[in-house]
Write a protein that binds this ligand. Structure first.
Ligand code: ADP
Ligand code: MG
Ligand code: MG
Length: 247
């Protein structure tokens, strides 16, 4: 599904990714862990095509296509979803409007018919229920005044509506209390744990991985994956710290 080969990228002319390689097959859940500043968020931004993140070497294929040749909206239409560490606030646009536009933009890009108002509401209600999110909450401006947990749950509602093939979730667990962590974890499992889908979880901590159990755990340091293992690697990192494990 995703094949990253010797990826190099710079931000503001500073080399951040220095030969990152990673293969993700359908049905797999991968976690990337690593110290602050390792390049975890940069990895997500580069894969999403965020302006300012320049690829200087390597290649990425996604579902058979050259991902790096696609515009960000084409990447989304191809089934890539990015959940951000810092969700943006959009005053003046309600979350339901935003979600409907996102869903219909994806459909237009795929040459599919747009959702009717009724079809969209049915879909939005089902996903909101899954994330235990009140529809009234989603009538408010995007993320404005939302708590950390509400922002992440709203983001998971968005993921459920877009129904991606691959979700890259950057620190979905940051700022979540225990209940929101469990709800988000269960949401990720319900939406994404399928034989034809895959997830890349980017996280500092093992705790999200108690809910969304990864098949593979990777340690990112210095812009490369320096170690890979199974779920036990996350526990070892939690016990011993990155430096000990990386040594
Ligand atoms: P992580 O998510 O692993 O904590 P990031 O990918 O956010 O790390 O950052 C990796 C490195 O890139 C850090 O040293 C950070 O300071 C640097 N960096 C990120 N964004 C920018 C930017 N816009 N300008 C300059 N440096 C940046
Ligand atoms: Mg960080
Ligand atoms: Mg980060």
């Amino acid at each position: 599904m995703l094949s990253i080969d010797a990826l190099h990228a710079t931000v503001a002319d500073k080399p951040i990714l220095k030969g990152l390689s990673l293969t993700i097959n359908p049905g797999e859940i991968h976690a990337i862990m690593g110290p602050n500043g390792a390049g975890k968020s940069t990895t997500g931004y580069v894969l999403g095509g965020r302006p300012g993140y320049e690829v200087t070497g390597g290649s990425v294929t996604f579902a058979g296509a050259d991902l790096l040749a696609l515009e960000p909206h084409e990447r989304a239409a191809a089934g890539l979803f990015l959940g951000f560490q810092y969700p943006v606030e959009i005053p003046g646009v309600s979350f339901v409007q935003f979600l409907r536009e996102a869903a219909n933009a994806q459909r237009r890009a795929r040459g599919e018919a747009e959702l009717s108002g009724g079809e969209f509401l049915k879909l939005a209600r089902a996903q909101a229920a899954l994330l235990k999110m009140d529809m009234d909450m989603l009538k408010r401006p995007v993320n404005v005044g939302f708590s950390g947990g509400e922002k992440k749950r709203a983001e998971m509602v968005q993921m459920g509506i877009l129904d991606p093939r691959l979700a890259i979730l950057d620190e979905t667990d940051s700022g979540l209390d225990i209940d929101a962590l469990r709800i988000c974890g269960e949401g990720i499992n319900a939406i994404m744990r399928r034989p034809d889908k895959a997830v890349l979880l980017i996280t500092h901590y093992q705790r999200l991985l108690d809910y969304v159990q990864p098949d593979f755990v990777h340690v990112l340091a210095g812009g490369r994956i320096i170690k890979s293992g199974g779920p036990e690697l996350a526990h070892q990192l939690e016990r011993e710290g990155y430096e000990a494990v990386a040594a």
